[in-house]
Design a binder for this molecule. Sequence first.
Ligand code: HEC
Length: 290
Amino acid sequence: MGLRAKFNISILAAFLIGLGLVAAFTWKVIRDNARIEVIHEARLIAAEAAAIRRYTVVEVRPLLANQSRTRFLPHTVPAFAAATTQRDFTAAFPDYTYKEAALNPTNPANRATAVEKAIIDDLRREGAPDTVITTRDSPTGPILSISRPLRIESKDCLTCHSTPAAAPVAMVDVYGPDNGFGWTLNEVIGAQIVSVPMQVALNRANDTFFQFIGGASLIFAGVLALLNLLLHFVVIRPIRAMSELASAISTGDLSGDEFPAKGKDEIASLAQSFNRMRRSLVSAMKLLDS
Ligand code: HEC
């Protein structure tokens, strides 16, 4: 195997192993970052919904208190406010959804699906975590959901959610006596579930990954080409010329020119020694002839 092949094979092998390790590491970091970014988006939406809930209780409910006595106004209900504003948000950003899913909801639109029921059951367990993060596949790509328990922490909630008799009559007229009752204090009755599509972030992560790997490969190809040029002009060509001269001399042909030995590198010093050896050989031959 020639010098060029040895040199190229070793450098290529080192590069491929290095690139493989860097690619595996980068892939993991970039994908993890995409997930962190999506989780952050979901937390923003959850915080926005929480703000809307608070606004409803603090700002809207007191203003509508008088009217609520004669007519039930769902606009005073935080769950209604959050769900209504989020519907507009989802119209602008499909796949981004916010749901207050309940096992026994007042509004049937909030009834938990099978997947949501599994999440709620998980959150109802003794010692369950405060947040559950799940991912599922959808036709538009994976969807990440962050779920937090909806716990009845105040007795005020039970006015409307314990028994139909305790609830405002106007509310029971609208929602009926069958749903959204029987909740108890400290019970987890559902989950606040924010779902965010991951595909956009994953696509961006893939693009970044391939740009990085493509860039690294291009730089490597450039460096390899430069090293090959150097190898050719600085090492292989002079050695080949010297080797041809040496074989000519070995067959008794001393007619060739001196080898050009400019420079101070190892090849130049080899050429100088070679020229000296050749000169000594020529003088020795002359002595023998005379
Ligand atoms: C004045 C009555 C009233 C009070 C007080 C009230 N709710 Fe509700 N709640 C409702 C109504 C009505 C709905 C259905 C709203 C809709 O149409 O989306 C609802 C819906 C919900 C939902 C969505 C799931 C479902 O049942 O449709 C949750 C969760 C909820 N309430 C939790 C609470 C909590 C927690 C409290 C106490 C902080 C509370 N509610 C206090 C009337 C009330």
